[in-house]
Design a protein around this ligand. Structure first.
Ligand code: RFL
Ligand code: PHB
Length: 389
């Protein structure tokens, strides 16, 4: 088989790139290791920047997002029983959109299917060949049958554990990593949100986050130990702990119910450089990971897709390599700013195992400065709603 762009990974990055290329008549094939149901079963991000909303519009996939998503003009930050609001609309003129990654992925799959786009599921043993030459190709198997795709370019959209990043030779690739000494235990429950905007809570017992998907579906998180397992936490234990970490007046109005999903995610900051090797381009989690504080993971994947899509368009429509040559530098410049913001927000809101009383006082001082300082709120709001592409 031959295509113009072979895309490894049928998560949001790979599907969005494929659909955007389709709008410009550029062919692609998506290879996905899992089944569609498995991909759609993963509960992940919930907050979209306007940049991603714009890309979904450009891809012709934003109808449901606009009908069912919730624009949020601000967020709440609490410490103990104190709480204040950062107004995104006032400081940046822009809201964020609450709409789950699962729904984004579902909309993209639907669009690819409608357009007759090829997505191969259950692919195994994908190997990228000759990415540093002019005629790259992929080999892989489906149901023990060997297959090959020849292409002009390979987009590595295969997440943190994919094959793409590791295809870049060790002497070319440089990795930067920070592991955090805790995880997030998240639950999904069919209950009304405790508040109409998100609450990020710094409590003496650790971080908590009240988020949502719709008026009867909540996503709540608490900071937990890396040794914890989801089955160690009964729903009752989760709710009891969550209530202790948010302000008392919020805890009082919290509606609890059975969890319909419960999982633990470790927190990591990670960047690989460069994001291009020959005709292979890395996008999204394949190239970088952020801790979820600030909801930058999916949104940073989207900005990579934007730069790569425009680079490929320039290649096919104007016969110019300028965009693809600039891809890694442009993408990384924005990635590092999202890394900085996620690291800063994580450091501000979590309880670290080796944290002293002094360190805690500094966190509270910084929260109080943020509470009272317009410039600090504006800087936070600009980062939260997403820096320009
Ligand atoms: P994805 O979503 O990981 O998709 C990659 C796809 O590639 C497939 N794949 C392969 N396919 C073929 N061959 C191979 N060898 C392959 N290896 C892997 C995988 O099956 C998968 O379908 O990466 P993508 O598209 O770059 O999208 C990035 C986002 O998913 C990610 O940044 C966010 O979900 C991060 N993230 C969160 N971000 C937020 O903004 N807010 C959150 O609350 C949030 N929660 C999370 C998260 C990431 C998590 N992970 C990765 C463990 C919670 C978790 C648990
Ligand atoms: C979510 O709704 O899953 C979510 C929202 C905001 C974050 C992280 C996760 O910062």
């Amino acid at each position: 088989m031959r295509t113009q762009v072979a895309i490894i990974g049928g998560g949001p990055s790979g599907l969005l790139l494929s659909q955007l290329l389709h709008t410009r008549g550029i062919e692609s094939v998506v290879l996905e290791r899992k089944t569609k149901d498995y991909v759609l079963g993963r509960i992940r991000a919930g907050v979209l920047e306007q940049g991603l909303v714009g890309l979904m519009e450009e891809a012709g996939c934003a109808e449901r997002l606009h009908a069912e998503g919730y624009p949020h003009d601000g967020t709440l930050l609490s410490y103990g029983n104190e709480m204040f609001r950062v107004d995104f609309k006032e400081h940046t003129g822009t809201p964020v959109m609450v709409y789950g990654q699962t729904e984004v992925t579902r909309d993209l799959y639907e669009a690819r299917e409608k357009a007759g786009g090829l997505v191969e599921f259950n692919v195994e043993d994908v190997v990228i060949h000759d990415a540093d030459g002019d005629a790259p190709y992929l080999t892989y198997s489906v149901n023990n049958e060997d297959r090959r795709i020849d292409c002009d370019f390979v987009a590595g959209c295969d997440g943190f554990h994919g094959v793409s990043r590791k295809t870049i030779p060790d002497d070319v690739r440089r990795e930067y990593e920070k592991i955090y000494p805790f995880g997030w235990l998240g639950i999904l429950s069919e209950t009304p949100p405790v508040n109409h905007e998100l609450i990020y809570a710094n409590s003496p017992r650790g971080f908590a986050l009240a988020s949502m998907r719709n008026e009867n579906l909540c996503r709540y998180y608490i900071q937990c130990s890396l040794n914890d397992k989801p089955e160690d936490w009964s729903d009752e234990a989760f709710w009891a702990e969550f209530k202790k970490r948010i302000p008392a007046d919020q805890a009082e109005k919290l509606v609890t119910g059975p969890s319909i999903e419960k999982s633990i995610a470790p927190l990591r900051s990670f960047v690989t450089e460069p994001m291009r090797w020959g005709r292979l381009f890395l996008c999204g989690d394949a190239a970088h990971i952020v801790p979820p504080t600030g909801a930058k993971g999916l949104n940073t994947a989207a900005s990579d897709v934007h730069y790569l899509f425009n680079g490929l368009r320039e290649f096919y429509e104007k016969n110019s390599c300028a965009g693809i040559d600039a891809y890694s530098t442009k993408a990384l410049a924005r990635v590092w700013k999202a890394e900085r913001f996620s690291w800063w927000f994580s450091s501000l809101m979590h309880r670290y195992p080796d944290q002293t009383d002094f360190d805690h006082k500094i966190q509270i001082a910084e929260l109080e400065f943020l509470r009272s300082n317009t410039a600090a709120q504006k800087a936070m709001a600009e980062n939260y709603v997403g820096l320009p592409y």
